[in-house]
Write a protein that binds this ligand. Structure first.
Ligand code: 5RP
Length: 247
């Protein structure tokens, strides 16, 4: 059963694996250990016969490495990036297309920033467009983070925007008008063949409105704000264990 909202706990099923990492509750954990703890907690949200969406990034990599242990629960898996597909396939999973599976039961992904309203900045790994598509197609979006990603207001992490290459300078000028400082992510091409602008120094008190505004700019493929479709569940790993928000 999923942990209830606001509950703190340590993992049980994988306590043997975690014990070298958490020898005493008062000890501090490194970030990788927290990512593993959050990933382990998210397994509770994968029902039997699940069509599972898998996000991208180092936190999700911890999840992927745990998936063989619950293989019998997974009917099909869809992936948000080539990197994730490669990792899943190396573990023996056959990756289905979103078109072939229809709606996804549960999508599990990390984030670069998250608020208590479960609104997110994503795209640090550049997979934001496919991530947003799968999140949109999912009945439940479970976001897994360590506590360094929790913020009061989004915007300290540079906001990624995937842009059609010919619109890069145009979109950048629009972002300057919105008081951001866009930096082109050099030598990076998305899985969709596009570029990323990372917009620094934005303050985002109203993420829904900001997401709508940026989406209106011609040439924007996706902005890495997940506010119209926030997470349903946020699992935060800290030194004191797991905190779950939402349901
Ligand atoms: C990739 C993402 C990731 O979820 C985000 O960057 C967090 O990554 P990590 O778990 O490595 O900190 O949005 O596009």
């Amino acid at each position: 059963m999923p942990a209830s909202a606001g509950m703190f706990r340590f993992g049980s099923e994988f306590s043997d694996k975690l014990s070298p990492l958490i020898s005493h509750q008062s000890e501090t954990m490194d970030q990788k250990s927290k990512k593993l703890l959050a990933a382990q907690a998210s397994l509770d949200y994968i029902p039997h016969g699940a069509i599972l969406g898998v996000g991208t990034g180092s936190t999700v990599n911890e999840l992927i490495d745990l998936l063989p242990s619950i293989n019998d629960r997974i009917q099909a898996v869809v992936s948000s990036s080539r990197a994730t597909s490669d990792r899943l396939e190396k573990l023996g999973f056959e990756v289905s297309t979103l078109n072939s599976v229809g709606d996804v039961d549960v999508y599990i992904d990390g984030a670069d920033e998250a608020t208590k309203h479960l609104q997110l900045i994503k795209g640090g790994g550049g997979a934001l467009t496919r991530e947003k598509i799968i999140a949109g197609a999912s009945r439940k979006f479970v976001c897994i983070i360590d506590d360094s990603k929790q913020v009061g207001m989004l915007g300290k992490f540079p906001l990624p925007i995937e842009v059609i290459p010919m619109a890069q300078a145009f979109v950048a000028r629009k972002m300057v008008k919105m008081r951001g400082q866009p930096i082109w992510r050099e030598n990076f091409v998305t899985d969709n063949g596009n570029h990323i602008l990372d917009v620094h120094n934005l303050q985002i008190p109203n993420p829904v409105e900001m997401e709508t505004r940026i989406n209106q700019i011609p040439g924007v493929v996706t902005v890495g704000l997940f506010a119209h479709r926030p997470a349903d569940v946020l699992i935060v790993a800290s030194d004191t264990g797991i905190r779950v928000m939402g349901n």
